[in-house]
Design a binder for this molecule. Sequence first.
Ligand code: TYM
Length: 344
Amino acid sequence: MVQEQSALAQTPAPPRKKIVLSGVQPTGVLHIGNYVGALSLWAQQQDEFHNYFMIADMHALTVPENVKAKALRANSRSVAALYIASGIDPEKNVIFRQSSVTAHAYLAWILTCCTPMGWLERMTQFKVKAEQVESIGTGLFTYPALQAADILLYNADYVPVGEDQRQHVELTRDIASRFNHLFGKCFRLPEGLYRTTGARVMGFDDPTAKMSKSLAETQSGHAVNLLDPPNVVKKTIMSAVTDTNNEARFEHASPGVRNLLELYEVLTKQERPQIEAQFHGQGYGSLKAAVVEAVNETLRPIQETYKQITEEPGYLDGLLARGAERAGEVAERTLKRARELTGL
Ligand code: TYM
C-alpha cells in the first residue's frame, strides 16, 4: 500500500491543456479571409487546446447606425453555424455569444479604466474604421478594451487570429500587465497565433487592401463569402486583379497573383515548389481556374453542414445556451478576482 502511494506520488501530473479564446464579429457574411485566417486554424488545432469560440456581438454595436436587432440576432446564429460548418466540434469546444456572458461588459469597464488613451489612439483598426463612419462612437474607440476582457476572462494562453488583430492581442498583454501591476496578479498574458501563410488575405478586386466584411458589402468582386454559390465564386475569382506578366513564383509575383497563390497553398496544403512548377508558364487563367476549384471544394462541405444545422429547429439556440453557461462559470470566477483586487 505504502509502495503504491509513493509510486502514485511520483507520477507527474498531466500537463495542463492550454486555453484558446477567439471570436468573430457578426457583421455581414463571413468571407474566405475569415475562414483561412481564423476559422480553419481553430478547427485544425482544436484537439490540442481547451477552446472558447465566441460570437462577438457586442463588438458589432460599435457602429450602431448599422445595427438592426433582428439582423444582428440572425447574424450571430449564422456565425455560430459557420463555426460548426467549418469543422469546429460543438461537443468538444465552448461556442457562445459574448452578450450572453455579462462579465464581458463588467470587466471591459475595469480594463477601460486601466487603459491610457494614447494606447487606443495608436490602434490602426480604429484609425481605418473611424474614416469609414460618419460619427465616431466612444465604443469604437474603446473596442480593444472589450476585446481584452474577452480574452482575459478565460485566462487564454493563445488567441488564434488573422494578422489584422495582432495589435489588439499585443494591447491585451499591455492592459493585463498594467492591471496586474496596479492591483495584483490576476491575468495571464496571452499570445497571438497566426498562420504563416494566409494570415492576411487581400481583396480580389484590390490586392493592396485587406479582404474585409465591410468592403465586401459595397464592392462586388472584393471577396468570396462562405455562402456564395459556385458560379459567384467563379465570377469573383476569374475577375481578380493580376498583372500583365506571367510570373507564378511566390517571391516574384505581384500582390494580386501572390494572393491567389497563397490562397491555393493554404487550401490545397501543397508545397510552394510544387505549386510553382504546376503554374510555370501557364498564364494566370489556369491559376485562377485552379483557385476557383480549390475554393469551391472547400466551401461545398461547409455549405452542406451549414444548411443542415440551420434547418434543425432549436439546435443552435440550445447549443448557444449551453455555451453561455459553461463560459459564464469561468468568466465569473475571473471577474470575482478582479473585483476583489480592485475593491469593487
Ligand atoms: P473580425 O470579425 O474582423 O475577423 C474575424 C477573424 O478573421 C480574421 N480576418 C482575416 N484573416 C485573414 N485575412 C483577412 N483578410 C481577414 N479578415 C479578418 C481576423 O483577424 C479575425 O481573427 N475584433 C475581432 C473580433 C473579436 C476577437 C475577440 C478576436 C472580438 N473579441 C477576442 C479574438 C479575441 C474582429 O473584429 O474580428
